[in-house]
Design a protein around this ligand. Sequence first.
Ligand SMILES: Cc1ncc(COP(=O)(O)O)c(C=O)c1O
Length: 374
Amino acid sequence: MPAIYLDYAATSPIPPAVRDAMLPWFGEGFGNPSSVHGSGRRARNAIEVSRETLAALLRVAPADLIFTSGGTESNFLAISGFEGNGQRVTSPVEHEAVLQPVHGRAGGRVRMVEPNDAGVVAVEDVRPCLTRGAFASFMLVNNELGVVNPVQEIAEACQAVGACLHTDAVQAPAWSDLNLSELGADLVTLSGHKVGGPKGVGLLYVKPGTPFSGVSPGGGQERNRRGGTENVPGIVGFAKAMEILYANPDRSAGLRILNDRLRRGLQETLSDLVEVNTPQSSSAPHIVHVSVPGIPPGSGAEMLILGLDLEGVEVSAGSACASGALNASHVLKALGKEHMASIRYSIGFGTTAHEIDQAVSATRRVIERVLKAL
Ligand SMILES: Cc1ncc(COP(=O)(O)O)c(C=O)c1O
């Protein structure tokens, strides 16, 4: 029986059309895009066509997109390439790929904005922390909880005082078309493998006029903002994956139906065993995060996730990119839920209603088994 894959927020399967678009660039299209001969020019053209595709989808100019090796690098590039007054403002529920570099260079000049109990940051709490030339970073969709921050409002607050806003929007396009012109953030991070593309590719959008200088040394690629030979097949696959997503602008409706079914199942079958942390409103439809009060994190969570795996259900205990992800994450600590194991269900284009029902009944069986074994 094939596994029921409910871990799209960790990484998404690659649709065949994306794989097919990439394949030639592993074969005859092997050229280095910086070479001036025909092989090089063909590879360069593939990158620039992909850049134009992505820019058109995201409603920005192609020159404002920098290709990187993924979300982690884009976040690092945004933070370390920003030239402001040295003050940084963020929240404790950001991805580690933001938190670590934010603390790295700014020393004590980091202001932390506490989110509410659901993990959402309020613009009223951000505003007093902003100064002219400050760098703020607030993610659009939280990768563990699925909650959505009011990034557009925060961008307006930043603009009003002359601060700049970076947003890690890696988890957003899977369910909603991003329009970066409307969003208003000055720097935006995206990653290929969260949207049906390959791993090892991402982008950073830099709004014109943002005080940003690329910091990645090397051969001057990406207009001197990010050195290193570009990942041609990855970039082509990333653009194709985004094209496929944007061709279905109503995808959130389908995901919402599955999300409702999962919540209903948890409510009807598991309300005595789990607490649902993801609120129904102000959250993205592809993530439902629950805590399991009777089971501790660490070894308890491991029994839970491996038990579900044995039942053919693949989920994660939190953020799969965190090493030791079975221990309580910094996000759960920020919400005071670090003493419980958790399960993050994340769904995508391949998920069916039947799989949701199977996952719910498997979760009940596994939790009961783990509780008995503890
Ligand atoms: C919100 C968020 N930011 C950044 C990343 C890292 O992206 P990548 O794996 O492309 O480096 C992830 C991956 O889980 C993520 O969910």
